[in-house]
Ligand binder design. Structure first.
Ligand SMILES: CCCCCCCCCCCCCCCCCCCC(=O)SCCNC(=O)CCNC(=O)[C@H](O)C(C)(C)COP(=O)(O)OP(=O)(O)OC[C@H]1O[C@@H](n2cnc3c(N)ncnc32)[C@H](O)[C@@H]1OP(=O)(O)O
Ligand code: NDP
Length: 548
């Protein structure tokens, strides 16, 4: 039965799932087991949720480029911000990310079939005709959609990350030719543990019970009890992603399931070109704020592992896992911790160094100050620098704006930045240990050719080079700045340096003048220093006259 709760949670998924009790598909053609990854996707119809998101787009691009014989990509998309679903998909295909695909096959868009869907609605708001099409033809599902906001109200995070997943699993069970269901989770779903194995841990609460309890509570009550519910997890995002894993696992007897747990997903490493990134999430916003000279200090542990993983690595592993799950049909859901820390560790202190030096070489346009950010794990030191390097300059700048008849804005920007940073610090101040045996196992199953085409061997990752490309990527693709403007940006930084020198000199002179006016001792020191300089100059002049 379809029950919509306007203010509350849509329980539809939980009530309706697994209606036909279909057993795990076993009718996969035997040639699959011989196929390489790209061959496996030949003739397959793939369903993707979250295709308009950061990872979804890279997944669509890679499938079209490296599995050109794939039959069709059905993407679940909702209308948004006044744009129809078709408009959004056609805008997405115009994106630079698809340049290489466009070159290979200008008609690639014909393979993308948008399906209107709002995941928070009953039945995912998919029309009965579309349900029929999907159940008749889909072979593989990649579930990427989620809310990744750290400050998402619990009810909404639950609705999207858990209930929508449950509903999608229900739909998947009706698919007659489904071979694999791949769920994208996060390595931080269990961040309340220090060591994380490739297993699904017992959920913090039985999802069904939580959903039923929250159903009757108004938003205020839910907000009040959220900290108690999420317990030792930092936010509703990691909490609901943990619940979603459990919900997915519940269907492992009926579906062939793979769960991918990427750590902090960053710009692309190699494909379709280095440094591609299109959002402010995770470290990208921090890098940009530091590159613009706004962010000067942040709490992070220099020696903690920065478990960044390039988006193309995650997508390559995801596609390989889709192949493996469909072909080998593991008896239980396989979890892939998709991380770098255990294999090729890099630390926040090193990231800081490389980000700063990269932005000095390739500065961002119109920086507020010269990039010079430092991380510290000490709370008080960080607070001190926030006061001196964030709030004080913001105050002066806003004063300047006010005096010149403009609207003050810097303090507001800093307040937003501080809010964002405070949500990230949990992840940059400690480290975790992930076991990634399944990633190694999967690599060992690939042919040498597939290992190149679907490369997820992070041992080959050269971090300084990656960070350089990442920073350039934020400039080119997030901020849409032109590389040809770099000389002007450098000139701007020189101007800022001169302003700083002048300001510092004036400040010292001012403080000294105030001091001299009030203290006899300061005056004596001042006369002593001046006379010493005078004597030194006289001596220098006399000795140079003698030698001539
Ligand atoms: C000192 C410098 C040297 C560098 C070395 C040290 C670096 C340390 C970096 C540490 C990073 C640690 C990152 C850990 C992440 C681990 C997460 C686990 C991985 C995952 O599974 S999920 C992906 C992560 N999810 C996120 O990152 C989402 C976080 N974002 C949010 O929750 C919200 O956006 C936030 C921050 C609460 C802000 O909300 P709100 O105020 O409502 O603003 P909007 O989201 O609507 O955005 C408005 C506007 O601002 C842009 N924006 C968003 N975030 C940032 C940001 N961090 N910096 C700058 N700008 C940002 C956003 O794009 C919007 O722009 P518009 O133009 O669209 O208005
Ligand atoms: N980015 C990261 O660092 C990491 C991400 N992950 C996981 O990877 C997956 C993808 O993340 P990422 O691409 O970064 O996230 P994005 O926020 O970029 O994309 C989220 C996608 O979900 C879709 N979506 C959200 N709400 C709805 C809705 N109500 N109905 C239909 N579609 C919806 C969005 O569509 P729309 O465009 O319409 O909003 C978008 O396509 C997520 O499951 C996330 O948990 C895991 C680890 C790290």
């Amino acid at each position: 039965m379809s029950t919509e709760h306007p203010e509350g949670l849509n329980l539809n998924g939980l009530e309706e799932q697994a209606t036909d009790g279909q057993s795990r598909p076993t009718d996969i053609c035997s040639s699959n087991s011989m196929a390489s990854v790209a061959e496996y996707y030949t003739g397959k119809s793939v369903l993707i949720t979250g295709a308009t998101g950061f990872m979804g787009k890279v997944l669509v691009e890679k499938l079209l480029r490296c599995c050109p014989e794939v039959k069709a990509l059905y993407v679940l998309v909702r209308p948004k911000a006044g744009q129809s679903m078709q408009q959004r998909v056609s805008d997405m295909m115009k994106c630079k990310l698809f340049d290489r695909v466009r070159e290979d096959n200008p008609d690639f868009h014909q393979k993308i079939i948008p399906i209107s869907s709002e995941l928070t609605q009953p039945g995912l708001a998919i029309s009965p005709e579309d349900v029929e099409t999907l159940t008749a033809c889909i072979n593989i599902v990649f579930h990427c959609a989620a809310t990744i906001r750290f400050d998402e109200p619990l009810k909404h995070a639950l609705q999207l990350n858990v209930i929508a997943t449950q509903q999608l699993l229900g739909l998947a069970q009706q698919m007659h030719h489904l071979e694999a269901f791949i769920h994208i989770s996060t390595a931080y779903a269990n961040c309340n543990r220090k060591h994380i194995d490739e297993v699904i841990y017992p959920p913090p609460v039985e999802p069904k019970k939580l959903i039923e309890s929250l159903e009757w509570m108004d938003d205020g009550i839910v907000r009040d009890i959220t900290p108690r519910l999420i317990g030792d997890r930092p936010n509703t995002y990691t909490y609901t992603k943990a619940l979603a894993e459990y919900v997915v696992q519940q269907e492992q007897d009926k579906l062939n399931i793979g769960i991918i747990r990427p750590s902090i997903v960053g710009a692309s490493w190699q494909e379709p070109f280095p440094g591609w990134i299109d959002n402010f999430n995770g470290p990208s916003g921090v890098f940009i704020a530091a590159g613009k000279g706004i962010l000067r200090t942040m709490r992070a542990n220099n020696d903690a592992v920065a478990d960044l993983i390039p988006v193309d690595v995650v997508i390559n592993l995801t596609l390989a896992a889709g192949w493996y799950t469909a072909v080998h049909r593991p008896k239980t859901a396989l979890v892939y911790n998709c991380t770098t820390g255990g294999i090729n560790p890099f630390h926040w202190g090193e990231i800081e160094h490389h980000v700063m030096s990269s932005f000095k070489r390739n500065p961002l346009e119109q920086a507020f100050r010269r990039p010079n950010a430092n991380i510290t794990s000490n709370y008080l030191i960080n607070q001190y620098w926030i006061l001196v390097s964030h709030k004080f300059p913001a105050l002066i700048y806003d004063l300047f704006l006010r005096l010149s008849g403009q609207k003050p804005q810097m303090m507001r920007i800093f307040n937003r930045l501080h809010k964002a940073i405070s949500l990230l610090e949990y992840f940059s101040s400690q480290d975790w240990e992930w076991n990634s045996e399944n990633m190694s196992m999967l690599m060992s199953q690939l042919t040498p050719e597939d290992r190149k085409t679907f490369n997820f061997d992070v041992r080959q990752l050269n971090w300084p080079e990656y960070i350089e490309n990442y920073c350039i990527g934020t400039k080119k693709y997030v901020l849409n700045e032109d590389m040809s403007d770099i000389p002007a940006a450098r000139q701007h930084l020189r101007k800022l340096r001169n302003i700083r020198y002048t300001f510092n000199t004036l400040l010292v002179v001012f403080i000294w003048r105030v001091f001299i006016a009030r203290s006899q001792m300061a005056r004596n020191i001042w006369y002593f220093v001046v006379s010493l300089c005078f004597k030194f100059l006289s001596y220098f002049r006399a000795s140079s006259t003698l030698t001539n």
